[in-house]
Design a binder for this molecule. Structure first.
Ligand code: 5GP
Ligand code: MN
Length: 339
């Protein structure tokens, strides 16, 4: 069963509670949107709510209502540990397992506090007391929409802060409504858009607001670092530690580069390798039935979705690229068989 205890939880929330909201490392628009939508809903209903991410969110999201109240474990662990200790309910969004948030997850697991998991990734951990987990749905925000409408019909969905946050998460996780969409999703979007926010303004803030250096970095990657492997319909790009220094960029600045590889005709799988201080992080994207989640899970200690996954490698950048190329034929052959 993909959902458990939603109505019991509503009853639990009839009294003011202390609630701790959390999402994943390197938070994206969906992690922010789903966390903040719950934050607004719950605080408007008299609850005492704190929220935390393991690491910073990209500054491109700092306009989101309530984002100034988000705590970051990498620099505020003591304060967050107190919120965790005092909470009567944990809500964990846009990630499938507390193990995904390392130290912060371990801290949460010290307590018997009931947990509500809301997620759309594959392999959700269904041991929590409450969950709403639908792998394959567009976004965590899509699911938060369901939970809030189940609890409140439409009143809260038309609240400007909640609607803004949910719209933003759906926008970012569907590549501006270009994948993982459905008639049902567009119906939800049309309901959100009844709230008085300017949706074109949000699209501009997200899609047309890159710092100049990020675009120059993209140009550099496409010109100097793109390798096409035509026989497997694959394209890869890598970034080294010294690239990060040279361009004065952080990991979040490289986000999005991987998607450009898929714009090339006859390319159905795109991979970005980024060398971090101690590990190599890998981002996978694909089209159609090319299942990158399996590659991420089987060989790179990761996971995610069929068409967008991530993982890590601990033996260096070169070794990560070699390992990927070694296993690429196996995944391509599966893909070819289906198509
Ligand atoms: P990204 O490439 O943008 O970092 O991640 C793409 C998708 O894969 C996201 O949905 C993200 O949550 C998931 N993902 C990224 N890294 C990991 C990882 O190390 N483990 C798991 N299980 N999922 C990941
Ligand atoms: Mn998501």
């Amino acid at each position: 069963m993909p959902e458990k205890g939603i109505l019991e939880l509503k009853i639990f929330l009839e009294k003011p509670r202390k609630i701790f909201l959390a999402s994943h490392r390197n938070p994206d628009g969906d992690a922010l949107g789903s966390t903040l939508a719950f934050y607004h809903y719950l605080s408007q209903n008299g609850h005492e709510v704190s929220m935390a991410f393991p690491s910073e969110f990209p500054p491109i999201y700092s306009w989101m209502p309530g984002s100034d109240k988000i705590l970051i474990y990498d620099r505020q662990s003591e304060e967050i540990n107190k919120c965790i200790a005092n909470a009567e309910l944990f809500i964990f969004v846009d990630a499938n397992n507390l193990s995904r948030i390392d130290k912060m997850g371990l801290e949460m697991q010290k307590y018997e506090t009931p947990l509500f998991l809301v997620d759309h990734h594959l392999d959700p951990d269904l041991t929590s007391l409450y969950y709403y987990a639908f792998p394959g749905e567009s976004s965590a925000c899509d699911l938060v929409f369901d939970v809030l409408t189940e609890w409140e019909q439409k009143k809260y969905i038309e609240n400007i802060d909640i609607a803004t946050c949910l719209y933003t998460g759906i926008l970012t996780d569907t590549g501006t409504f270009s994948y993982n969409t459905s008639p049902k999703l567009f119906e939800k979007l049309s309901r959100l858009m009844l709230a008085p926010f300017n949706h074109i303004e949000i699209q501009n803030k997200i899609n047309n607001a890159l710092p100049e250096k990020n675009l120059r970095l993209l140009g550099y990657c496409l010109y100097h670092r793109l390798e096409i492997i035509p026989e497997y319909r694959a394209g890869i790009i890598f970034l080294t530690k010294s690239d990060f220094e040279k361009f004065n960029i952080q990991r979040g600045d490289a986000e999005g580069i991987v998607n450009y590889i898929l714009k090339i005709n006859n390319i159905d799988i795109a991979v970005l390798f980024t060398q971090q201080p101690t590990i190599t992080k890998i981002s996978f994207r694909s089209l159609g039935d090319y299942n990158v989640e399996e590659i991420a899970k089987n060989y790179f200690n990761g996971g995610g979705h069929k068409n967008a996954s991530g993982g890590s490698h601990f033996k260096g950048l070169k070794s990560a690229i070699t390992l990927f190329k070694e296993h690429l034929p196996e995944f391509f052959n599966k893909y070819k068989t289906i198509n």
